[in-house]
Design a protein around this ligand. Structure first.
Ligand SMILES: [Zn+2]
Length: 207
């Protein structure tokens, strides 16, 4: 496993400077598996998704908000909310004691209580395994929580640009223009960072 702490730090500083919301705090713990994504389909489910995640909501987290946030995520990702099962998680090696899906518990999102676990990121994942934790904070609006979930899910389908929008601003601006959205992204605002997730996803869908 490899964590590029220097880039993460730069990213965190930038996010701190531009926003007190935590959307920008997310990062990826990348590892050796390459971009060969295993698409997970649920047996008998005819709905169209790139993959489907199981979602476990930790007791104490606002389940209604998580439900609304999932409804606001792109259809590329399907979600099945299941009962919280402590046997499928372990203390994260990066932000213990925050829970994280155990090795082999792929395509599993844990939504944990960010007001309980100290971490300076909104969520993290081991790329291409679908193992994700998202820390919900009481102060997050629905759309911010949806953006963090979408961000971590999109990491499963990209190869390294999702966390580095500041170095990809020209390409993003072109996409903004081509998609009739506007002229120039104001990256200090959460909405533009949120839309960047869709830009990376759209590029994947067009590749
Ligand atoms: Zn990230």
């Amino acid at each position: 496993m490899r964590v590029d702490w220097k880039r993460v730090s730069v990213y965190l500083l930038f996010a701190l400077a531009v926003s007190c919301l935590v959307l920008g705090y997310v990062y990826t713990i990348s590892q050796q598996r390459t971009g060969n994504v295993t698409y997970q389909k649920i047996q008998g489910d005819k709905s169209e998704h790139l993959t489907t995640f199981e979602v476990m909501i930790e007791p104490g987290v606002d389940a209604g908000k998580v439900y609304r946030a999932l409804m606001l995520c792109p259809n590329a990702y399907g979600y099945v909310i299941i009962p919280y099962d402590v046997s499928r998680v372990e203390p994260s090696q990066w932000y213990a004691p925050a829970p994280f899906p155990k090795e082999g518990e792929d395509w599993l999102i844990v939504v944990a209580d960010g007001d309980v676990y100290p971490a300076d990121v909104g969520g993290w994942t081991v790329q291409y395994t679908g193992r994700i934790v998202v820390l919900d904070l009481d102060r997050y609006p629905d759309v911010i929580l949806a953006s963090i979930i979408t961000h971590e899910c999109t990491h499963q389908f990209e190869s390294g640009r999702l966390d580095y929008y500041t170095t990809n601003i020209a390409a993003y601006s072109l996409w903004i223009h081509d998609e009739w959205i506007g002229v120039y992204p104001k990256m200090g605002e959460n909405g533009w960072k949120s839309l960047y997730n869709l830009y990376i996803l759209d590029e994947y869908l067009n590749s």
